[in-house]
Design a protein around this ligand. Structure first.
Ligand SMILES: C[S@@+](CC[C@H](N)C(=O)[O-])C[C@H]1O[C@@H](n2cnc3c(N)ncnc32)[C@H](O)[C@@H]1O
Length: 166
């Protein structure tokens, strides 16, 4: 499952390179959903389903506990201002919600190009007991999205995190 796929570039490329795995792509932003549906058609992908909705509601209403093999969260909105930190999706409630839906041994992969958010993520994961893991090298399988490209152009270092559900 990918949460907040944006325009779906990474989703489509990952699904194309791994046709035997089913991908569930969740996004609240309608134009992004349209864009991914177009890519699915162009690339004739048979292994992607999209859901228009908030990840929390999707978890609550549509996903069984211990049912997912992995979750991708690529470049979540960084909400850089202190008064907006409460909007950051990576928090204790979200970590617990993802943990509940993952099978034991399943992964939670997060990437961010906002260094203060990387520090925030590392800190949030020290407070929980569902996962082991931490920062890792950029994996080859994660495509460079337009969003990441912009970050790199602005010389924002990208941090990848990989956590494993106990
Ligand atoms: C900064 S963009 C990154 C998009 C994409 N992952 C990429 O790397 O280009 C963050 C995306 O997360 C989506 N988003 C934020 N909160 C969400 C939620 N609760 N459920 C689903 N999508 C969400 C936003 O609509 C936005 O498209």
């Amino acid at each position: 499952m990918e949460i907040g796929f944006g325009m779906g570039e990474a989703t489509a490329q990952i699904a194309l390179s791994d046709p035997t795995t089913g991908y569930l792509a969740v996004e609240v932003h309608r134009p992004g959903i349209g864009k991914l549906l177009l890519r699915i058609e162009e690339l004739e992908l048979k292994n992607v389903r999209t859901i228009e909705g908030d990840a929390f509601e999707v978890f609550e209403q549509m996903i069984l506990d211990s049912s997912l093999d992995g979750v991708h969260l690529f470049f979540p909105d960084p909400w850089p201002k202190a008064r907006h930190f409460k909007r950051r999706i990576v928090n204790q409630e979200f970590i617990a919600a993802v943990a509940a839906k993952l099978k034991p041994g399943a992964f939670f992969h997060i990437a961010t190009d906002w260094q203060p958010y990387a520090e925030w993520i590392a800190e949030e994961f020290t407070k929980q007991t569902f996962f082991t893991g931490g920062e890792v090298d950029r994996p080859d399988w994660r495509p460079l999205t337009r969003f990441e490209d912009q970050g790199i152009n602005k010389e924002h270092p990208v941090a990848d995190f990989r956590f494993i559900k106990k």
